[in-house]
Write a protein that binds this ligand. Structure first.
Ligand code: C2E
Ligand code: MG
Ligand code: MG
Ligand code: MG
Length: 284
């Protein structure tokens, strides 16, 4: 009987494994057609100037509305898109959507509104990513380069191939802003801050979520803000969920906040309404 139970357990695991591998394969297959089938959508999460309480920026966050499985989290499908190289085409689409929204929302929010898009290392490693095409697209829309920001992680800059760093420098030279996402969770070699003339540090939400109770987290945030300001960078706190966190961040002179306290990521029409209602002056 024990032998049987063992065998059953084994077959159960084998089956689960097969199913998950099959599920992955099916998702990859579905990803192939998702762009053409218009299954992607971008949601925009407001980024608030902590001093003036105005919505001055937004992060573009990709959503996949799968016809069978419903909304699939980017944490689940972005890695698959990266592995398969599909992220390059998807990332291009995200950029074009964000650029179109920047153009449409100029009247509502003014030319200071900035939108950031997340970029994977795979996009920088690809020959298909032609920065000149992006720049030409922005020009054709009449959107200033400074209104677009790209979010990258520290890993991209560590031992990066020259073709990767050349691309980053080309973005910089064109005036596109650069933010380091999830700051504090990577290698933090810091020297890259100087070399690439970064504009923003986004403090990872793991440093923010216990800000009220963890003196060490507050000390770290304070040190990051102070260092960033001395280097001429601005700081965005990610995952701000409570009024107390907002207060503390303001007290340590953090520049911007993003998180559920202010707003969840919103579909374009809802974000547009927020801009309309507040004319960019979100009272958080
Ligand atoms: P990220 O760039 O660090 O984005 C922030 C994530 O935190 C988002 O998750 C956002 O919805 C979530 N968030 C915002 N405020 C709060 C809060 O107050 N509390 C909590 N618990 N979470 C909050 P999301 O949308 O699921 O995206 C996950 C990750 O997927 C992103 O992390 C980013 O790395 C990646 N991603 C999303 N869109 C794209 C894209 O277009 N291209 C690429 N390459 N990656 C993307
Ligand atoms: Mg991001
Ligand atoms: Mg982040
Ligand atoms: Mg700079």
């Amino acid at each position: 009987a024990a032998k049987n139970a063992g065998r059953n357990r084994l077959s159960y695991f084998t089956q689960a494994l097969q199913e998950s591998a099959q599920y992955r394969l099916r998702l990859i297959n579905d990803l192939l057609g998702a762009l053409a089938d218009r299954q992607f959508e971008i949601h925009f999460q407001p980024i608030i100037d902590l001093a003036s309480r105005r919505t001055v920026k937004a992060e573009a966050l990709l959503r996949w509305n799968h016809p069978e499985h419903g909304t699939i989290s980017p944490a689940e499908f972005i890695p698959l898109a990266e592995e398969t190289g599909l992220i390059v085409g998807i990332g291009d689409w995200v950029f074009r959507e964000a650029a179109g929204c920047l153009q449409r929302w100029t009247e509502l929010a003014g030319t200071e509104l900035q939108i950031s898009v997340n970029m994977s290392p795979a996009q920088f490693q690809s020959d298909v990513l032609v920065i000149e095409d992006w720049l030409a697209h922005l020009r054709s829309l009449g959107v200033a380069e400074q209104r677009l920001s790209i979010e990258i992680t520290e890993g991209l800059l560590l031992n990066a191939h020259p073709s990767v760093t050349d691309k980053l420098l080309a973005f910089r030279d064109a005036g596109i802003q650069v933010a380091i996402d999830d700051f504090g969770t990577g290698y933090s070699a810091l020297s890259y801050l100087k070399r690439f003339d970064i504009d923003y540090l986004k403090i990872d939400q793991s440093f923010i979520s216990n800000l009220e109770t963890e003196p060490n987290d507050l000390a770290l945030c304070e040190a990051i803000v102070s260092m960033a300001h001395k280097l001429g960078l601005k700081v965005i706190a990610e995952g701000v969920e409570t009024e107390q966190q907002r207060e503390l961040l303001k007290r340590i002179s953090c520049d911007y906040g993003q998180g559920y306290l202010f707003s969840r990521p919103l579909p374009p029409a809802k974000f547009e309404r927020l801009l309309q209602d507040n004319r960019g002056h979100l009272r958080a």
